[in-house]
Design a binder for this molecule. Sequence first.
Ligand code: SF4
Length: 760
Amino acid sequence: MQGSDEPGIDRRDLLRMLAGVAAANALGVATWGALEALLPKGNADSWTKAVCRFCGTGCGVQVGMRDGKVTDVRGDELAHNAGVICVKGSMLRALPYVKGRLTTPMIRRGGKGSPLTAATWDEAMGLVASQFQAAIAASGPDSVAFYGSGQLFTEESYTANKLFKAGIRTNNVDGNPRLCMASAATGYTQTFGKDEPPGSYEDIDHADCLFVIGANPFHCHPPLHERMMRRKRLHPETTIICVDPRRTDTADHADIHLAPIPGTDLLLLNSMAQVICADGLVDVPFVERHVRFTDGSAPLDFAAFKAFLDASYVPEQVSQELGVPALDIRRVAHRFATAKATMSLWTMGLNQRTQGTALNAMVSSLHLLTGQFGRPGATPFSVTGQPNACGGVRDTGALSHALPNGRVVANPKHRQEMEELWGVPPGTISPKPGLPAVDLFQAMGDGKVRAALIMCTNPAQSLPNSAVQCANMGKAFLAVAEIFGDSETAQLADVLLPAALWIEKEGVTGQGERRYQYTPRLLRPPGECRSDLAILVELADRLGLGKLISARTPEAVWDEWRQISAHSKYNFAGITYPRLKALRGLQWPCPTPDHPGTPRRFVEGSDPLVAPGTGIEFYGFPDGKAVIATRPYVRSPELPSAEFPLQLTTGRVVEQWHTGTMTMRIPELRDGAGPAHIEISPSDADRAHVAEGARLRVISRFGSIEGLAHITDRCRPGTLFASFYDVKLLINRVVADHVDPVSKEPEYKVTAVRLELAQA
Ligand code: SF4
């Protein structure tokens, strides 16, 4: 935004002329970016590179400042996003100045039910430490927990993980990436032996088939959508395939849109594999050299794998249950296999599923079967949701089953390695995996987890079956580090700790293509706000664990962490703070200070961990081969029934970030999105006598919620859609909390529901 003393047009004027953010978005990010270029750039004395606070695209931005205040934020033309940002990024300049910041610690002096009142840091942290100590003394280390976020800096998640697992000695460390990325991690690990995408965003520039499944980049990752559109403009022969039950804006821009019935798309992926195997589309030399097959417990040969597919997944067999014509399955399978380079992009539509691991692994398996791997443009690519779910949580192992750099709690060798690296006695790390998110909050209700520290996330709004989980949270002692005092989670807190935000602290985030990027501290936090790292260090001191948490500045923590990574296949010892400050991020592996980073993993010449002369080496497994497993389709417990004849699916909109805690306070974004609605197809609306704007009650096996109807042919008949950013439509109260048995990620995308007209 222009400074108040500047004449001429500013961003708010521009949005007004366009009739709002929604209209700006309808133009597409490229056009929006071109219009933004009209805005004067003389409204800042200095420009500093940083990273957008919001999504996992991890866009580089330039922060313009004058007189110590942020006056503008622009896309960074030298970053991977080439200056392209979405409307959320372009409104970042307002973020540090939104009203309602929590600026002082608050505690409930009279216990649960009493009001939160201002306190000193000493009082607040003293109370947190004493509650933790009391719970541990009475019920052991597993009676306390940490629940973190893919929005903390890496240094913060790493420190929390070390403090709880090697200090307090509980593995009850989980976070919101369990809700969004856990199935991507397990899918990659089961296929390649290591987590994180093998490819990069730049593969979009080389693909001539873009297979987008369970993702809506037009709204959720706009610069990536724009990059796909650019590829299509420059190379019109590029085929964009979109698989989504809704006719999204992404689907509108695709050449082929398949709209499966929610919960059935493993039928599609298995059926595509069947066509590929039956129609001679397998890259036999690639498969013979780089792949082994399994049924999950015993090795298979290719013939047995093909027989598994032939038995149940011929397109004509699955078409009706899937809701996609057999001819379309065949057409898409052939295009996927025969393109010069196919890139798959997916996100929550495949992750947030009871078969999320299988779906993730099966997309990668299609690439392995067809040899669509390792060349520019040929890669499976799981797009990530949060700005630091990959770098901060998946890489640091800040999840209840995990340890840093792909190690797991259940493996004695992995525990021993981390005990040596952390300098703690053998046997310190508990062999018992901690509780994943849904179980962790349930355990608060059961009295098994008695005290928890929650940082940088709003589980009271974001968890599935959230009304039940809020009741559970109400039974434990909750310390919540927050930027606002009125979020759904803050209202349940016993202690609120005011946290610094975005450029009020420095740190590193790892976005979706294994790229670590640095965000500088450019502002003083308001009031008494502290960084989450400072809060963790103080908790360590008060628990008598200060010696373990000896790295106390972001750079010192990063240096410890990158040295630890050198003892793994995630080696990024060469990514130092000075390099991060100078460069627009670096992609790991990056073992030495002169290494340029790795755009294509497992590929000789790009990945320094691949031995010369190997070509492609899947070094995550001892034999260097990737794994294709049989992935039988299992019907979702949330398929339609007589009692619940419709299906609810949920997602994001471009103007809003997750639970709207930040973006609903920025007027342009709040007004651009408007209130969340329950979207319903015209035929379902007719059948239920629902008029536009009618008040509806949505009822599932888990709860009910009321909201206003929006009738749209974007919804597949039989399917409702709602977004979760609006506290006036807490849609997660009705969302199913079944989880994937491997990843423990919940099934947000498919909940069986029925509708009633509610009283206005
Ligand atoms: S919200 Fe995501 S897509 Fe938008 S500017 Fe920020 S990082 Fe980029």
